[in-house]
Ligand binder design. Structure first.
Ligand code: RIB
Ligand code: CA
Length: 320
């Protein structure tokens, strides 16, 4: 029985991949949109474009927060372009978002759907607003929050902070302190899953309208990430947050305490992951028998990239 889920996106190139993967591997009850890669107006239009392209127009879209809870608004035009999803010129969508806010839609679906998962691939503003408005009642209804965000180690928005967390760290802090179980899929694993030229060729060779659009989106995103980070191709950040629910064996998780840095001058927005109880992965590190504090998240520490790609390309092949 497919798992019921809501995807919360700042659609962007990799969010689009997450939508397509969720559309075939989960019981996708809706997509909510949030500021992030681009203004929420853009991320909403981009979401509608992808749903229409894939013939998923039956999935409701609810537009959400235009700005973070407290900090100033930031976007990522250097990576995703001014529209948030530059590259192919996809048709303007005919579908429109519902009148309900993202937070209201999440709260209503949580009340109506047993075992609902929230999968966040952008800043966590909508999730935090929904959880705060619903107080404990909503959190007790949510089976879990799977989020692409944070990192054990290097960041991208700064030396130590990953964009989705950095763009609204106060929202992230509320989510990680909340009662809903959290699975964190960070840069330390997502950057190991690259849309290499060969993988993009295999997708383009499928020849369908959706496959060609996916290849075009991945070509654009790969070019940006190759220039900026020397990566062999676009990192499949967001679809891995879907895999964490739909195909958890793609990832290996470890329980650990995760704190969000809200005050550091140089570390603002960092996910401080206490992994001292894990096997040392560098010289001089130790394996502390007990974590200092009880874990509040399952954090991805390893990924089976080939397993992910086999499933992802099979899914793309099912779209028109
Ligand atoms: O840091 C990567 C994350 O930031 C991805 O979700 C990407 O879409 C951007 O939102
Ligand atoms: Ca995203």
């Amino acid at each position: 029985m497919p798992i019921p889920a809501i995807l919360d996106c700042d659609t962007g190139h990799d969010d689009a991949m997450a939508i397509l993967l969720a559309g075939r591997t989960l019981d996708l009850r809706g997509v909510t949109t949030v500021h992030g890669n681009a203004p929420v107006e853009n991320t909403t239009v981009n979401t509608c474009k992808i749903l229409e392209l894939a013939r998923l127009a039956h999935v409701p879209v609810a537009a959400g927060a235009a700005r973070p809870l407290k900090r100033r608004l930031s976007h990522a035009p250097g990576v995703h372009g001014a529209t948030g999803m530059d590259g192919p010129d996809l048709p303007a969508p005919s579908i429109r978002p519902v009148g309900e806010s993202a937070a209201g839609f999440i709260a209503r679906m949580a009340a109506e759907v047993d075992g609902l998962r929230l999968i966040a691939t952008g800043p966590l503003t909508n999730i935090a607003e929904a959880l705060a408005a619903g107080s404990g009642a909503l959190e007790s209804r949510i089976a879990g929050v799977s989020l692409m965000g944070g990192a054990i180690g290097q960041g991208n928005a700064s030396a130590v902070a990953e964009f989705n967390i950095w763009a609204d760290p106060d929202a992230a802090d509320l989510v990680f302190r909340g009662a809903a179980p959290v699975r964190m899929v960070g840069l330390n694993v997502t950057r190991q899953v690259a849309a290499t030229p060969d993988r993009r060729r295999r997708i383009r060779a499928l020849g369908t309208r959706t496959a060609v659009a996916v290849a075009d989106l991945l070509d654009y995103f790969s070019d940006r990430l190759q220039r900026r980070y020397g990566l062999p191709g676009a990192s499949m950040h967001d679809p891995l947050a879907v895999s964490a629910v739909a195909d958890p064996d793609v990832l290996r998780f470890e329980p650990m305490k995760v704190d969000i840095e809200l005050r550091g001058e140089h570390t603002y927005g960092m996910t401080v992951c206490d992994h001292r109880h894990l096997s040392p992965d560098a010289a001089g590190m130790v394996r502390q028998r007990d974590p200092l504090e009880p874990p509040n998240a399952e954090v991805a520490v390893a990924v089976d990239a080939e397993r992910f790609w086999t499933r992802f390309i099979d899914v793309v092949a099912t779209y028109p």
